[in-house]
Design a binder for this molecule. Sequence first.
Ligand code: DGJ
Length: 692
Amino acid sequence: MHHWRIDDARQTLVLAATGERLPQVVYWGPALPAQENLATLHATHAIDVTGGMLDANPDLSLCPEATRSFPGQPGLIVRDGEGTPLLPKFCYDSESNGNDLRLIYRDAANGLTLTFIFALDPDTHIITAQTVLDADAPVHLHWLAAPVLPAPQHSGEMIDFSGRWCGEFQTNRTAWSAGMRYRENRTGRTGHEHFPGLIIPCTGATNTQGEAYGFHYGWSGGHRMIAEELQDGRRQIQWGHAARMETEAATQFKTAPLYITYSPSGLNGCATAFQRHLRDRIITWPKPDAPRPVHYNCWEAIYFDHNVPALKDIATRAADLGAERFVLDDGWFGQRDDDTRSLSDWTVDPRKYPDGLHPLIDHVHGLGMTFGIWFEPEMINPDSDIHRAHPDWALGGEDQTLGRQQKALNMALPAVRDFLYDRMSAILREHPIDYIKWDHNRVLPMPDAAQTRGSYALIDRLRADFPQVEIESCASGGGRVDFGILQRTQRVWLSDSNDALERLRIQHNAALFLPLSVTGSHVGPRYCHTSGRMHDITFRAWVAAQRHMGFEMDPRELTDKEATVLRHVTAWWKANRDWMQRADILRLDSADPAVIAEQQLAADGARFVVFAGKADTSAQIAPRPLRLTALDPNAQYLISLANQQDIHHLSRGTPALKSGPVTLTGRYLMANGITLPWSFPDRMWVLEGKKL
Ligand code: DGJ
């Protein structure tokens, strides 16, 4: 019998193996006392056998084996170099327990070795788990699961994520039943449709209470998730690259890191573990302590119609609103007058920039802003000089269906990566640029893991040579959001929807994984270009102020009143960003389904801000109290309404908050909640709290 335990202050994961067999997770949940007898726990974990069953139940191991009569999906499907299916059966080989726990198992008959790696971060409560397959001779991989985990029994449903362009991070709740929920993303990028995350709430869990388990697969090339309930009632969770993404036989394959956590404090316990781990462990910040700068992005102001005097005027106005970084979007290179041409012709367009980019950059710098620029490196238009010169650099067949009139480049080719490095580094060397918006606007013609590895290699090379340049991951908005890309980038363009109402919901759900510091959010045009709706400037401004704030409208359209609101909210954001970019985003359990609310709690618990977005009209006529969370029950908090000036005259009553700050205990605020003034839909209340 072998046993291993992985512990932090809030969770324990116990692995146990019978004899030489692969280990299985026999416990994962609240931290167990040190004296727990793991052998007894393992023996007790075994489920009974009755008629119609095998004489013993096959283990739900870290890599369930078909050869051991496991009745569900196996963790490994592999063929030898000639294509003959292998039926692996692994036995204990060795282990090591240094910075991480490594368990090594060997299938001598087939010449295969499996290594399971677990690393626990006791501060963030994230366990990182990975599986590596080594083969003595090249093999073809069909499927390799990251360490396979059991799902809790006391859970009625799972929550996963789908979406679309301008509608990212939609949650799906699926009831557990016999059989499996199988999600496979074969698009070759993380995708709007398939954010690789899963939350399993235990019965009764909400945002703020109960138990939940969180999973995220950190890979940008498309994944497979299996959540399967076996006939005997056991449940397994498998994650890996989408099947058959490895097109060549090889002697080593690795899964991406799988990030998992157990939460005793509802969905928020998972959310804050992921937020902190991403911000503090995964992202590499060029200037870790610098405040996140307010962005201005020109895309929705000018699209492809670049002209230096207009851009200078826009930049001047953006700086006046409070912007600190100016990002020049698509349209500056080749002959890019629309989206049908020039991708991969990465030289400045002399028709639009007769004196190059320097005059604009100098102007931007003169306003005290830094300068960022857009690229879409992995892509090529058939109508481009590079495609005419190197048609063989494109990925996929001649007769493929284009996406936004473009093809992907074959990033597995060193020549393609060298070409992109040369063009991009030439722009970065010649200009003082501190930011790249890195776009990826189409799915691949077929999934191919080598493509993702090629993208990663290019980013890694550029980052090594330009360590001060930050990168934003964009793919038609939130089509490439995952911890694999965020190991190499510092921001995500969460959605192309600048519609504040849509954004409120998208941000709320994305906060299950993403902290403020990486989540871009811009104030869009008055008349939203992607939804056709109009929203009041206060709502647009406060929704952007919930995350890494920026502007994307044409500032020439702003009325004086709108500009005043933007200056005010931006100043508020700058005054608070220091602590907000280190805060936890906690989703609140709103008693009113029309209200989407969150509480950003400072790392030291000394202050918080609540954003309560009214996403609809309410069924009842007056607002219901909003319960806060994670406060010190015995402490007093001074609570005030930050946007008092947004109270409408139709709000005629006298809730105390309307006339000034109130002091209440954490207990009251969490048990009863705080009653906000009445408001129209599509409005935000912003509540500030300070611990006294
Ligand atoms: C899609 C992005 O999501 C937009 O923000 C913008 O950069 C366009 N591409 C430019 O083509």
